[in-house]
Design a protein around this ligand. Structure first.
Ligand code: C5P
Length: 232
């Protein structure tokens, strides 16, 4: 799989999502469906968007005992998504179970990506709430390595961590990076951001872009601008 721009479809209804996707009459974007939309509309929304010809990253961040995650992943894999994810904190054994569950009878499966530490967790919260005393970047790289050992395809990480993840886990281990903003755009609530061109330069494999596209006056033009900077 090559580099791609994934649009975070953070809408709360089917109506709003499809109205947004209707604007894309040329190149069909890879879209991320998160918990809000999935819990509101159920699996049918995934089938409908897939039927319109989009690739789908189903961002449900599973985290449970290995057997439950394995069986849940088997259900998700039947939705024919292209990428899905889980929390690396669930352990190597949970990640291995997930991969097993995700693999279809014909041997194919969606890409499986791990969340390491959420970017909303900082050093202080990790130490005080989770009692993890190591430096956060060491924890992130350790979780990335665990994901690689379990056989996963990559991690979700900040574009600022992508280079180090590739150094630690190899160039073919995928980095999926949110926190992308245009040089002349609003950064909103994201703290550490990069432009699509910078993300390309440091070796991100996929960028996940939400509001710079979904809230743009012309979303299709904003998407094409991302593609031009990141892929073309
Ligand atoms: O609108 P924006 O471009 O900030 O959207 C980024 C998307 O990536 C959102 O769906 C957000 O939940 C997701 N994300 C993130 N940071 C992470 C993991 C996921 O921003 N560490």
């Amino acid at each position: 799989m090559g580099k791609d721009v994934i649009i975070a479809c953070d809408f709360s209804s089917r109506e709003a999502t499809l109205e947004f996707l209707d604007k894309f009459t040329g190149r069909k974007p890879f879209v991320k469906i998160g918990m809000e939309l999935f819990y509101a509309e159920g699996p049918q929304i995934v089938k409908d968007i897939k039927a319109r010809g989009h690739k789908i990253f189903l961002d449900l961040k599973l985290h449970d005992i290995p057997n439950t995650v394995k069986k849940s992943m088997a259900v998700l894999s039947r939705l024919d998504v292209d990428m899905t994810n889980l929390h690396a904190a669930g352990t190597i054994s949970m990640m291995q179970g997930a991969l097993e569950g995700l693999t279809r009878p014909d041997g194919t499966r969606p890409l499986l990506i791990a969340v390491t530490q959420l970017t909303s967790t900082d050093q202080e919260r990790m130490e005080n709430d989770l009692l993890i005393k190591e430096p956060i970047d060491k924890v992130v790289m350790h979780y990335a390595k665990n994901a690689e050992i379990a056989g996963l395809d990559g991690v979700v990480c900040s574009p600022l961590e992508a280079e180090k993840v590739h150094d630690t886990c190899g160039k073919s281990f995928l980095t999926v990076t949110p926190g992308v903003r245009f040089a002349d755009g609003d950064i909103g609530d994201q703290k550490r951001v990069m432009t699509p061109a910078q993300a390309k330069k440091i070796g991100s494999d996929y960028i996940v872009v939400g509001r710079p596209i979904t809230a743009a006056e012309d979303p299709v033009a904003a998407y094409e601008r991302c593609c031009a900077e990141f892929i073309d």
